[in-house]
Unconditional design. Structure first.
Length: 75
C-alpha cells in the first residue's frame, strides 16, 4: 500500500485521513493553523510533495488537487 503523509491542522488532517485511508497507508503530522499544509507521498523510495494548500481551502478542492497531482507525479 502506498504511503502518504498529511501535514495539516488536526481538523483538516483527520478529515483527509478518513477519506484517503482506504487507498493509502496514511501518516499524519498536526501543524499550526497558519502554516502551509501539504500532502507528501513515498514514490520510488523518496518523499515527494504531492500538493500544498491553505488550511481554509475547500475540502473538495484539496482532494481534487491531490488526485490530479498524485497521478502526474506517480508516472
Amino acid at each position: 500500500m502506498q504511503k502518504i503523509l498529511i501535514r495539516a491542522p488536526k481538523n483538516v488532517a483527520t478529515r483527509l485521513e478518513e477519506k484517503l485511508r482506504h487507498k493509502f497507508d496514511v501518516g499524519t503530522e498536526f501543524i499550526d493553523v497558519q502554516s502551509v499544509c501539504e500532502i507528501s507521498a513515498r514514490l520510488k523510495n523518496k518523499w515527494v510533495i504531492i500538493c500544498r494548500f491553505a488550511s481554509d481551502e475547500e475540502f473538495k478542492n484539496i482532494l481534487t488537487m491531490f488526485d490530479v497531482n498524485y497521478e502526474i507525479k506517480r508516472h
